[in-house]
Design a protein around this ligand. Structure first.
Ligand code: PEP
Ligand code: MG
Length: 308
């Protein structure tokens, strides 16, 4: 049994009946990459931009992205464009001080004022992609409309990038998941922000943790819309927020139709074992139980019992 457990904690992610669910890494720089990873599902590039007086230049960005791409030849690396604003303020952007930064110019919206920053970044990603053998995917954070997705896709493809996606972090994007997938090649759901904006609860607010619980059934309903859009389009839809790191919730996400899960490296083995112990049909049944619950504790209880 010990040997089986060892075997189960390495190798690719998938269900007991062989449906592949790649388990990807959330990283902030090349230091976080593990050479045996299936790929990277979220490269948070803003860490390169934080705590500095000027934006990193083109060459510096090419080097930072290449360092990650070089480490994962033949594998998927999803690079997220700068997610500035709100909890990640960047003074050099020169954006106005806002009363409500979480509802202001953040994520892709910063490009409304500083399109040059996005343009340099996409150029650097495309340059790094040319020189490396990883499969470079690029996505934008905080997208709320089909028009924003179409605009980003046109821009990224104009730089020669061919796997272009957007994050689903606001309810409007989840409600339009199917329409978004007509414009882009994939979606990645950021459950941290999607929870914040669905429940109108600041994700850093210690007194509101119950509202930010990723087991909230209303949040799971929005994820279900994204899963249906994935099935209908045949395009990849992953989760890269904290929800994906919960081994039990990972079963629900898989049952909803998510095609990959992304998390920090220490969470991967437990999620892998959990998936390997359940078939896709079982995951679908667990997803139904979570969708029927009225609050997070009922959802957790029903899925815990159902998962056996
Ligand atoms: C999220 O919002 O769930 C997400 C993955 O992005 P970040 O945590 O960087 O905002
Ligand atoms: Mg986010």
């Amino acid at each position: 049994a010990a040997r089986e457990r060892m075997a189960a904690s390495t190798g690719p992610g998938g269900t007991a009946d062989g449906h592949s669910i790649p388990l990807l890494l959330n990283i902030g720089s090349a230091k976080d990459v593990r050479p045996d990873a299936e790929g990277v599902g979220l490269f948070r590039t803003e860490f390169l931009f934080l705590d500095r007086a000027d934006a990193p230049g083109f060459d510096e960005q090419v080097e930072a992205y290449s360092a990650v791409l070089r480490a994962l030849p033949g594998r998927r690396v999803v690079i997220r464009t700068l997610d500035a604003g709100s909890d990640k303020p960047l003074p050099f952007l020169g954006l106005p001080v806002e009363e409500n930064p979480a509802l202001g110019l953040r994520g892709l919206r910063t490009a409304r004022r500083r399109h040059d920053v996005l343009d340099t970044q996409l150029r650097a990603v495309a340059e790094a992609d040319k020189a490396c053998e990883a499969e470079t995917w690029v996505m934008a954070p905080m997208v709320s409309t089909v028009a924003e997705a179409a605009d980003f896709a046109r821009h990224a493809r104009g730089h020669g990038l061919s796997h272009v996606g957007v994050m689903v972090e606001v309810p409007a994007a989840a409600l339009h998941a199917g329409h978004l997938l007509r414009e882009v090649d994939f979606l990645s759901i950021g459950t941290n922000d999607l929870g914040q904006y669905t429940f109108a609860a600041d994700r850093q607010h210690a007194d509101l943790a119950d509202l930010l619980d990723p087991w909230q059934p209303a949040l799971i309903h929005l994820l279900a819309l994204c899963g249906e859009a994935a099935r209908a389009s045949g395009k990849p839809v992953g989760v890269c927020g904290e929800a994906a790191a919960d081994p039990l919730l990972a079963l629900v996400l898989t049952g909803l139709g998510m095609t990959s899960l992304s998390m920090s490296a220490p969470s991967v083995p437990a999620v892998r074992e959990s998936l390997r112990a359940h078939t896709m049909d079982e995951c679908a049944r667990l997803a139904d139980l979570a969708l029927k619950a009225l609050d997070p504790s009922e959802a957790r209880r029903a899925v815990t019992l159902g998962a056996g």
